[in-house]
Write a protein of this length. Structure first.
Length: 331
């Protein structure tokens, strides 16, 4: 039986409160070495602006899965997500596809849940002045996720589109009961903040190093390809740098790779959050320390989130089920 979960079904089945501990588990398993996955395979046709990425993974205790995702920048003008695709998880016993899940919806939840797990591990316990740069799907998801791991006393948002920022503020008030202040610049949004989430598609840094207050924790999640970045090298060099995967960050992230190339940071200073969660690294060492979580996302997170969503959807009867016509015997 194949379970098909569209975006609405994924969002119904996968609660952020359940996704956060599951993503902490995925980070731990990766750093433990019980995840098998290659770097992403990315196709960039010479014509057009779209990108296609394929990401298989096996996670011990869960099983095999595959994420196939497309970046379609022109979708924004259509009112559609820019990242579209599917996550497929496979039956551990038979190997048949167990479920196909909407990749955009799953990514929206699990990415913010990973940031929340990192925030819980790295941010100051009293952090609650949140700045969000960007006002899209990930901005909304990150607001919900940060709300679950820290008591927010102030929230500011900046987006190049003031209309989108105001829609985010309206959503926050109506759905989460949180007041959000729309600011006129990124610098104004992050001034004095002790939590910052950058959720943009920018090709150039959206903040200056001097904008970051002492003791701030930054989740930088928007720049997921080598031609994009959100942070200047000087800002990264000021911080203790944590990632979900050192292999991916060192190979694919300009936010991490640029300061290394410039001699402002060494690869040895890049630590996996999973090592903090496993107790192998102390994480934050002082109240004034700046911590940075650079997230690229990885297939293991999608696989763990996929299996979790399938279990919840099965229990609630959510989704569409299609029976396999199996052929058995000799031919």
């Amino acid at each position: 039986m194949l379970l098909i979960l569209d975006g609405a079904a994924v969002r119904k089945a996968l609660a952020m409160s359940d996704a956060i501990p599951a993503m902490a588990d995925a980070l731990r398993r990766y750093s433990e070495g019980v995840v098998t996955q290659p770097l992403r395979s990315i196709l960039r046709p010479p014509s057009g602006s779209e990108i296609f990425a394929s990401m298989p993974s096996h996670v011990a205790g869960h099983g095999f899965g595959l994420k196939a995702i497309m970046l379609k920048p022109d979708n924004a003008a259509r009112g559609l997500p820019s990242h579209v695709g599917v996550v497929v998880v496979f039956d551990p016993e038979t190997g048949y596809p167990l479920a196909t899940l909407d990749g955009s919806a799953l990514t929206g939840i699990r990415t913010a849940a990973v940031s929340a797990a990192a925030t819980r591990a790295l941010a100051r316990p009293d952090a609650g002045d949140l700045a969000i740069i960007g006002a899209g799907v990930q901005a909304r998801s990150h607001l919900e996720a940060m709300h679950l791991v820290r008591e927010l006393r102030r929230v500011r948002v900046y987006s190049r589109s003031k209309d989108r920022a105001e829609l985010l503020a309206k959503h926050a008030a109506g759905q989460l009961g949180i007041d959000v202040e729309v600011t006129g610049s990124a610098a104004e949004a992050v001034r004095g903040a002790d939590l910052v989430c950058t959720t943009t598609s920018s090709k150039e840094p959206v903040l200056d190093a001097a904008d970051l207050a002492e003791g701030v924790h930054v989740n930088a999640i928007g720049a997921s390809t080598r031609d994009a970045r959100e942070l200047p090298s000087e800002a990264v060099a000021r911080a203790s740098v944590f990632v979900d995967s050192r292999e991916s960050a060192l190979a694919e992230s300009t936010d991490v790779g640029a300061p290394i190339a410039e001699g402002l940071l060494s690869a040895d200073q890049v630590t996996e959050v999973g090592d903090v969660l496993l107790g192998r690294h102390p994480g934050r060492s002082s109240a004034g320390q700046i911590t940075l979580f650079k997230s690229l996302g990885m297939a293991a997170q999608d696989v763990v989130a996929g299996f979790l969503t399938v279990r919840a959807a099965t229990e609630s009867g959510t989704g569409v089920r299609v029976a396999y016509q199996l052929e058995t015997g000799d031919h």
